[in-house]
Design a binder for this molecule. Structure first.
Ligand code: CA
Length: 654
């Protein structure tokens, strides 16, 4: 039985007569109709409003104007066929405050859709809105001010969902769950602990990474209930260039969500944090209803079989966009450029990047470098089954062709915590055996270090180390499955050890909000639509785990204090990082000779994943002193280090 999507997608791809006999699937289509102008969408002036729409297969196009979201169209105005498949219109007055859609005639059917380039929308993103963008800037807006940052390997990323951050009743925020809540400072929780933005700042991380903040589909969250209890991560894109209305205090007023998101980004910048946006260009919520499907049917999506209208579905969400097609690639580039400049964002995390093509990701990197070379670009480079040749996929196996694009290192994650697809599989910190070499691959930043320690990426800035993110079990929940027979105290030590390995390894370091207080989602491994009770940052729990929070802060401070943990190149890592002799289930290494200009001459790092003490012979390089983990050192004399089980110790020679 066909899925609902397949039935609905029996769309007319248009009369080839309109496009000179060329269909949207012919390679010549891009040659004939690729439009490289920068004026797509609506542009508002004091005395006129201009529109340009790309819709080559349409035999007619109209602008449809509305006064409000729920009333009938006020008028339809014919658009004029322009160059390379575009349609244009100039209305000789300012249309500020109007709502609009486009109506195109494809074959014998009219399709009405939003403007894919729209920057503002009515509630639930159901109509495009014409706004004066200069009125969207919050008070004191500094359009280019941001904390300085240059080297991607210096990033310590903190991933958080806007709503999770402050929706908890004890967050102390006034605007709980909103963009404005995430911008509040001075918030306090139980026992006076720091919460919200102040808490993040206190961790010492360099970047906040936000789960989707663009407008996602109403089927997930209805914006007409802005104070509702609905929840979604938001990986079902509706309007790519507009903020989500559910996080705004007024989703009906198109300017509000824009202004409030900008306010939040600025608040983070003012506190020394850079901001990374999670972008989901790989699929849309509904390929049939989405503007990209309605305006140029067939063009923007991949198919396994065009005649049968069988969509490629490597995303698992019903469709895959076709980034290799020039106008889809341009759309991604234009959108990223827009967010980076209009919202002054500092980096992008590409969801299911492995669905995109290599050339698109290369062009995104090049474009971001022109705006600010310190822009972070990372993505999920999974191998996915989409109808694109394997040699073109932007996945980790082709990472050598994408310099400066970070890949999530799920190999290290799985090694540390256990395979997410085998609930009871123990990871290295839980006692899993023979995993030391796999951990070393993460410690070197995923680079080709030697014959045995060799994974996939070419350079450390292409490697993102993590043990926990929004997907899958939190580390705490996974440890309950794999090590439920151990005491809570033991599991806390295992948890800390996993974070220590992430934070003392080469490459980009990534932590999940709440990891510092042993976040639990009560065993739920996919919480994308579960209630706040599961997803929220629980400030009561944070208050009970302030010693764990302090431990995480200390590790982050150590990483920031020592450039040796953040070497820039593979050559440096091979020259300065040396693995040292150690007992079983222990890993020791040195970072030697002022690695990466570190103030210390040498560092010695040891992870003891045994539950019992370990005894190590520290290389006789000089006068070692304890830099981190004093509380775990049982004895240290004559270069013999005895340390507790499940602990991390760092020594240094200054
Ligand atoms: Ca929405």
């Amino acid at each position: 039985m066909p899925t609902q999507n397949e039935v609905k997608f029996e769309l007319d791809f248009g009369d080839p007569e309109v496009t000179g006999g060329v269909t949207v699937f012919d390679p010549q289509f891009d040659e004939l109709f690729y439009y490289d102008g920068n004026d797509l969408g609506v542009h508002l002036f004091a005395d006129r409003t201009t529109f340009r729409l790309w819709a080559p297969t349409a035999s007619a196009a109209h602008l449809v104007l509305y006064k409000s979201n729920n009333t009938k169209a006020v008028k339809e105005i014919d658009m004029i066929r322009g160059s390379r498949g575009t349609w244009t219109l100039t209305v000789p007055e300012s249309l500020e405050g109007w709502l609009y859609t486009y109506k195109v005639l494809i074959g014998r059917q009219f399709h009405e859709a939003l403007d894919p380039y729209t920057r503002a929308v009515a509630v639930n993103g159901d109509k495009s809105a014409i706004v004066d963008m200069t009125k969207t800037n919050p008070d004191g807006w500094r359009p280019t001010f941001k904390p300085s940052f240059t080297q991607q390997t210096d990033a310590i990323i903190y991933e958080v969902h806007v709503r999770d951050l402050t929706v908890h009743p004890q967050s102390g925020a006034h605007n709980r769950g909103k963009f404005l809540g995430a911008a509040e400072t001075g918030t306090r929780g139980p026992n006076g602990i720091l919460t919200g933005l102040d808490h993040i700042v206190s961790m010492g991380v360099t970047h906040v990474q936000l789960l989707p903040i663009f407008d996602y589909a109403t089927t997930s969250v209805d914006e007409t209930e802005p104070d509702g209890t609905k929840y979604n991560w938001g990986y079902d894109p509706k309007n790519y260039n507009v903020p989500e209305g559910y996080y705004a205090t007024d989703p009906y007023e198109p300017i509000t969500r824009i202004k409030e998101l900008k306010h939040m980004i600025q608040a983070m910048h003012n506190k020394g944090l850079r901001v990374i946006m999670d972008v989901v260009y790989n699929h849309v919520a509904d390929a049939y209803k989405h503007a990209l499907g309605q305006l140029v049917p067939g063009y923007f999506f991949r198919y396994w079989d065009e005649a049968k209208q069988q969509l490629s579905n490597g995303s698992g969400c019903g469709n895959d966009t076709a980034s290799e097609r020039l106008m889809m690639r341009k759309y991604i580039l234009d959108s990223v450029n827009y967010w980076a400049t209009e919202y002054n964002l500092d980096g992008f995390r590409f969801d299911l990047m492995g669905l995109h093509d290599i050339e698109t990701m290369r062009q995104v990197r090049t474009m971001l470098n022109k705006i600010d070379p310190g822009m972070v670009l990372i993505g999920e480079g999974w191998y996915l089954n989409t109808s694109l040749d394997d040699s073109k996929k932007a996945n980790i196996y082709n990472s050598w062709q994408m310099p400066g694009v970070g890949q999530f290192n799920d190999a290290l994650r799985n090694t540390l915590k256990g395979n997410p697809f085998e609930e009871r599989a123990q990871g290295y910190v839980g006692g899993g055996k023979f995993l030391e070499n796999e951990v070393r691959k993460g410690i070197v930043g995923g680079i080709p270090y030697n014959e045995y320690i060799h994974s996939i990426v070419a350079e450390p800035d292409q490697n993102v180390n993590y043990v926990e993110c929004h997907d899958n079990h939190t580390m705490w929940d996974k440890l309950k499955l794999t090590n439920g027979f151990d005491t809570r105290k033991t599991r806390r030590r295992m948890h800390r050890l996993s974070s220590a390995i992430v934070l003392m390894s080469q490459g980009i370091a990534f932590i999940h909000a709440g990891q510092e207080f042993m976040r639990t989602k009560f065993g739920c491994e996919n919480s994308y639509n579960l209630p706040d009770a599961i997803n929220q940052m629980d400030w009561s729990r944070a208050s009970q785990h302030q010693d764990d929070v302090a431990y995480m802060r200390a590790m982050i401070a150590l990483r920031k204090a020592h450039k040796a943990f953040r070497m820039k190149t593979t050559a440096e890592i091979k020259a300065h990082l040396m693995f040292e002799d150690c007992p079983g289930h222990t890993i020791a290494f040195t970072l030697r000779d002022h690695a990466n200009g570190d103030g210390s001459k040498h560092l010695y790092v040891v992870f003891n994943a045994n539950q019992s003490s370990s005894r190590l012979q520290v290389p006789a390089l000089g006068d070692w002193r304890i830099a981190f983990g004093h509380e775990h050192v049982e004895q240290f004399t004559d270069n013999i280090l005895e340390m507790e089980g499940l602990s991390t110790v760092v020594l240094e020679i200054v």
